[in-house]
Design a protein around this ligand. Sequence first.
Ligand SMILES: Cc1cc2nc3c(=O)[nH]c(=O)nc-3n(C[C@H](O)[C@H](O)[C@H](O)COP(=O)(O)OP(=O)(O)OC[C@H]3O[C@@H](n4cnc5c(N)ncnc54)[C@H](O)[C@@H]3O)c2cc1C
Length: 539
Amino acid sequence: MATNPYENLRTYSLVRPPELDGSRRRYPVVIVGAGPVGLTVAAGLGRYGVPAVVLQASGSVSFGSRAICISRRSLEIWERFGVAGRALAKGLAWTGGRSFWHCHQVLEFKMDESVARKHPPMINLQQCFMEQFLVDALGERDEVEIRWESAATGIDCLADAVRLTVETPAGAYQMEADYVVAADGARSFLRQALGLRMEGNSYEGRYLIADIKLPFMGPVERRAWFDPPSNPGSTVLAHWQPENILRIDYQLRPEETDEQELQESRVRARIDAHLEMLGAGTAYQLLWFSLYRAHCLTLSSYRHNRVFFVGDAAHLVPIFGVRGLNSGIEDAANLVWKLACAVRGQATDRLLDSYSEERVFAAQENIRQARKSTLFMTPPSHGYERMREAALSLAVSNEFARTLVNPRQTTAIAFPSSPLQSPDTEEWSGGIAPGATLPNLRFGDGYLLDFFGIDPVALIRAGSDAEACVAGSATQIQVISLTEQDPSPVLAALALDRPGSGYLIRPDGHVAARWRNFVPEKFASAFERSLGRGPIKGD
Ligand SMILES: Cc1cc2nc3c(=O)[nH]c(=O)nc-3n(C[C@H](O)[C@H](O)[C@H](O)COP(=O)(O)OP(=O)(O)OC[C@H]3O[C@@H](n4cnc5c(N)ncnc54)[C@H](O)[C@@H]3O)c2cc1C
């Protein structure tokens, strides 16, 4: 066993595919890229019984921590796709953090814990472990085939299919698919091959990120130091990860070159200084380091006929606030049920287009939030630096200034309008608005989402004929009845104040519609709309 735990992850060789021996088959879905997002799409499709082939250029999962913070929403998505178990068992849960300026603590924050939820707001787990757990879980699914050492090197969009050229160590072949998911990361070959460009900006600020193994000296929380004595003029972030590995990210100053700062002796000197400041010993194992530069970039559309872009292939969001990978996992949740409908021949163009519409909106919102964090973490000019200095110095002793230095962690993005949702037509006080995601509240002897299958769900307060009417109105809907006796906060949290009131929830957990007074015709049209059928809003 290598002492570097990242070196103990498995490697895989090409298993000779039938196409290399002349077989011609048409596949429902081919996913290009077995990163965390492509693997999540595969897991989701598997949950719907849709066969998927995943092409992966290399023969292993990625190396090093990369994205480490998995949000509650991502955990809920993985759980619904049946692949959360090992991540939950290994990940380190955390609920808040602290920030320091010079030697002063300027912020202690907690993420929302007001209502009991099944999962913590965040867990820390290295991306390479996440990917390995996903690969292992998919190995048990007959519907998913991962083709290692198989790089997509050509794409042709045909009238009713997509043809991919795949290069392997045993030669090249072509395969056809009804749909292709482009999950091939930041440098996406498919994006370039289709002549698509991302729009937005990149930032000058750079971070050196490193994983070191040393005796645990918790707590598990997000810590940030601005202009600390250990690294004057820089910002340092630290997170504990499983296996006693500390992730340290430190900002490089403009005069420091990549070449110089990527030398191991230099990395060690910066880390030593920080550990000394914390009063920790400097005996550690340096496992991995890399350079990171923030980008705020997105494609303007994530659907190109039969090709759907997800994750970093579609958008690049700065790491501050942990929206990068988590937004990719939300892309997967949004796409999977729509693609499953398409494979069954039940999807309208409006349903498929809604994937792009909703997720481009989410990327723009993530970029808007992350941009604020990035300007704070890597001030692009002297002016921004002075402003940050002022906010930090005020935050030492003024509560009001602490909101200015809050790191704004990711939350699930609500859609204010979507072609699939029906706006409120009654007065509501509280509850969850259409477009937002349903919280996983305590319910029965478990949590609400534990009771959900793969179809849309009608959550209805018992005591009227609404449940029977909904159950009889559509073939693919699950009805969950909520009684007053349920010892759970669900009725109050959803503001279901009368018998028959309820919610229509999409398979990805977003609220499609809600009603206080059940009207069968209105429900039927909201249901149709949620599947991209029937008249659109305003018709
Ligand atoms: C150094 C570094 C540090 C980071 N730190 C953070 C962080 O702290 N927090 C955070 O949220 N995010 C971070 N990120 C970003 C995070 O890693 C990405 O958001 C995440 O990996 C996106 O997942 P993905 O599946 O979309 O793409 P990727 O993880 O990039 O996966 C794409 C996969 O496709 C494969 N592939 C590429 N081309 C082809 C092809 N032609 N054919 C077949 N396979 C192909 C690649 O080998 C890869 O396995 C970091 C990224 C880097 C590089």
